[in-house]
Design a protein around this ligand. Sequence first.
Ligand code: HEC
Length: 115
Amino acid sequence: MNIFKEHPLRTLISIGISALFCATAFAQDDVQTFTPVQIAAGAKLFSDNCAICHGPKMVDPGGGFFDLRTFPPKQRPRFMHSVSFGKNSMPPWRSLLSQEQIGNLFAYVVAGEKK
Ligand code: HEC
């Protein structure tokens, strides 16, 4: 007799695994849903506010700043937080940019330039 086959945990484990797949699928959807308008707005905001440190089109001209092309696309909350509140020598942007604008910047960083 195969005990594991009948074991209630087996069902729980498969539900758990399916939930994980769903969560991943949703996270990826979230990343894909940028409109060209958001990306274009983000590109403009980027060249006006961010390029001075992070470099035009996110290519660091040699200042040693964080390479935004490597920012993990699934970490939107981290992006929103770091940009809103600043991080070490990066200033906070929340009094200058709205959450919508910072969201557009995220769209640009994730999808705006060829990787
Ligand atoms: C005055 C220079 C400067 C400007 C302007 C600047 N940044 Fe930064 N940024 C930095 C530095 C320095 C870091 C590295 C912070 C650290 O990890 O110590 C950084 C890091 C980041 C990170 C990574 C944060 C993390 O969670 O690791 C993001 C995202 C980011 N910047 C986005 C932006 C955006 C978007 C703008 C424009 C609104 C911007 N930065 C403007 C200097 C700047």
